[in-house]
Design a protein around this ligand. Structure first.
Ligand SMILES: NC(=O)c1ccc[n+]([C@@H]2O[C@H](COP(=O)([O-])OP(=O)(O)OC[C@H]3O[C@@H](n4cnc5c(N)ncnc54)[C@H](O)[C@@H]3O)[C@@H](O)[C@H]2O)c1
Length: 259
């Protein structure tokens, strides 16, 4: 099948060591792309990269805290010396449970720095090269939290709302440079992010919490990471060349099928 191919394209995937980012990296390689995994977790980044190369694909692992602008500049500089970058997927992100009154300044800032500034840093270090080469595609992982008013997700929701707005701005400002920029807003996806989050916040009640989070989607389950990857693949492929400045829900009916 010639549709939805990424042959000869190089994709950087932040957070590619785990969950959604990992699924996107593996899916893109299967469609012909070369992958640069950018992740804070060295072991996770190398695991994904080795998994890809052992299966005959092409991938490299790059250790980087995307919240740090200096480190991000250095790592993206190395990547751009190795090859062009056609696709940037920003999947690195962290979660937090809390309301306004129990979210400390430190936590608020950390969520902002990883989820918002991390996305900003990665886009900023890539955009010039994309413009110079005549185009590119950016996908940012937002969340239904950007617009749903989820309970106890004050700082996290703030960060994902910002990611969505940044996506629209970049899409607008780089339209004429042939850079497409879209967000994906999943409801709950069954990844280590969710497993860790349940373990930390619902000790001893993990099964109950898992069932509750599954039922939050009218479809009755969480999404699988590969389902997010298939939407990312479509949005990054040439078949989606008319699509920019959007935030795609992938929500198991969360927004429209309640009641
Ligand atoms: N899982 C969900 O239910 C869900 C739903 C909506 C949106 N999202 C978003 O999707 C993205 C991926 O989530 P996931 O579930 O795959 O998470 P995950 O925890 O499984 O993977 C996230 C990866 O990002 C890396 N990372 C974290 N902070 C980093 C930093 N500062 N610099 C570089 N790498 C860093 C981690 O090491 C990890 O490998 C996140 O942005 C998350 O907010 C997740």
């Amino acid at each position: 099948m010639s549709a939805f191919r990424l042959d000869n394209k190089v994709a950087v995937v932040t957070g590619g060591g785990s969950g959604i980012g990992q699924a996107i990296a593996v899916c893109f390689v299967e469609r012909g792309a070369t992958i640069r995994i950018v992740d804070l977790d060295e072991k996770a980044a190398q695991n994904t990269s080795e998994r890809i190369t052992q299966a005959g694909g092409s991938a490299t692992a790059h250790i980087c805290d995307v919240a740090d602008p200096v480190e991000t500049k250095a790592v993206f500089g190395e990547i751009l010396e190795m090859s062009r970058v056609d696709i940037l997927v920003n999947s690195a992100g962290i979660s937090h449970v809390g309301r306004l009154e129990n979210t400390s300044d430190e936590v608020f800032e950390r969520i902002f720095r990883v989820n918002v500034q991390g996305t900003h840093n990665a886009m900023q270090q890539t955009i010039e090269a994309m413009v110079a080469q005549g185009g590119g595609v950016i996908i940012n992982l937002a969340s239904i939290a950007a617009s749903a008013g989820l309970e106890d997700r004050y700082a996290y929701s703030m960060s994902k709302g910002a990611v969505r707005s940044m996506t629209y701005s970049v899409a607008r400002d780089y339209l004429r440079h042939n850079v497409r920029c879209n967000a994906i807003s999943p409801a709950r996806v069954h990844t280590p992010f969710v497993e860790g989050f349940i373990k930390k916040n619902f000790p001893g009640k993990e099964a109950e919490a898992f069932a509750k989070f599954s039922a939050a989607q009218p479809i009755g389950r969480m999404a699988e990471p590969c389902e997010v990857a298939m939407l990312a693949l479509y949005l990054c492929s040439d078949e989606a060349s008319f699509i920019t400045g959007t935030d795609y829900p992938l929500d198991g009916g969360f927004f429209n099928l309640h009641g």
